[in-house]
Design a protein around this ligand. Structure first.
Ligand SMILES: NC(=O)c1ccc[n+]([C@@H]2O[C@H](COP(=O)([O-])OP(=O)(O)OC[C@H]3O[C@@H](n4cnc5c(N)ncnc54)[C@H](OP(=O)(O)O)[C@@H]3O)[C@@H](O)[C@H]2O)c1
Length: 301
């Protein structure tokens, strides 16, 4: 893939993500092709599929071989369950001219396996984790990229409006960051749901909503995160005792304390880990001091 001329683009799969990217690349006048073979669209394509592709400046092709012969930068945008088999079919068609950008929301292990197959062909590979909604941001959506060719993707795609942030040398790292972010964002969503469910039953929903949001609005999430990570290490034991009361209160309000109980269990785990003693009871200024202690601890149970 040359950085001097615009790369020809290929999409494996032509759903929401591929079409959003195509819309963006179309503005840049880049040549594009797609091979799609899902439950709804597969060769020979319907006229409406062809029309949709053509309206976005994309030529539908009937085989992966043809897609590879017509493109340099190939996006795999299929489904999580088909990402690996699709890569296995694609690999024999790839060579040193290609750069495969795997935007499927697959697990890190799947990305590593895919990378192995693709890199063995001499092709480039990028684990690309889409960090937002393509329906909102289109091809400008923030993408975390990892793998040996992530920098190459950054150089190639940035001039065409893509937002590529290189986050690691190894395939799977970008996918892992996306999953770990889900631990926090989906976890927070359920914590809020649990708390607000109880607030509604207690007739204090509006005030509780402000009580939760106002202190957060007054700070930044980064400052809040540092405070959480550093004080948790020292105060987990006391907080675990407080959570017992919280759980009882939720039960009295008629809400099963599913998330609160998980918090209670994590606090007890932290208190028993020895981190407080390790830090001599002092809240560290750097959250990395806490993680350094956990690094060599068995955290699997
Ligand atoms: N949309 C987003 O905001 C977003 C964000 C982050 C990550 N992603 C990831 O990007 C990938 C695509 O997402 P999407 O939203 O575009 O999904 P989608 O709308 O369901 O599109 C998937 C496309 O892949 C095609 N396909 C399925 N199996 C195939 C196969 N074996 N060979 C070739 N094509 C195949 C489908 O064909 P049919 O048309 O026949 O169904 C469809 O065109 C997913 O892995 C998703 O996790 C999407």
């Amino acid at each position: 893939v040359s950085g001097e001329t615009a790369p020809r683009i290929g999409f494996v799969g032509f759903g929401e993500a591929a079409q959003a990217f195509a819309r963006g690349f179309r503005e840049a006048g880049i040549a594009m092709a797609t091979y799609c073979s899902g439950a709804n669209n597969q060769p020979p394509y319907t006229q409406s599929f062809r029309d949709r592709a053509q309206s976005l400046g994309v030529s539908p092709v009937e085989t992966l071989a043809e897609l590879c012969s017509r493109s340099d930068l190939i996006f795999s945008a299929v489904t999580v369950s088909s990402a690996l088999p699709v890569a296995a079919s694609l690999a024999p068609e790839l060579n040193g001219r290609h750069l495969l950008v795997d935007i499927n929301a697959s697990a890190p292990a799947v990305k590593r396996k895919t990378a192995e197959m693709v890199l063995a062909r001499g092709s480039g590979y990028v684990d690309a984790a889409v960090m937002g909604a393509v329906s909102i941001y289109g091809h400008r959506v923030l993408i975390y990229a990892s793998g040996p060719d992530a920098g190459r993707l950054h150089a190639l795609a940035t001039p065409h409006g893509m937002q590529i942030q290189v986050v690691g040398e190894q395939p799977g790292m970008a996918a892992a960051i996306k999953m770990l972010r889900s631990v926090v964002t989906k976890g927070m969503a359920e914590l809020l749901a649990e708390a607000m469910m109880a607030a509604e039953k207690a007739g204090i929903a509006d005030a509780a909503f402000r009580g939760i949001c106002d202190p957060m609005d007054a700070t930044t999430f980064s400052k809040f995160a540092v405070m959480c990570l550093t004080t948790d290490a020292i105060h987990a034991g006391r907080r675990a005792a407080e959570m017992e009361e919280v759980m009882e209160t939720l039960r009295e309000m008629g809400v099963a304390p599913l998330m609160a109980e998980a918090t209670y269990r994590r606090l007890n785990w932290t208190a028993a880990s020895g981190i407080r003693e390790h830090l001599k009871g002092q809240v560290p200024s750097d959250w990395r001091a806490v993680l350094a202690y956990y690094r060599n601890l068995d955290t699997s149970e």
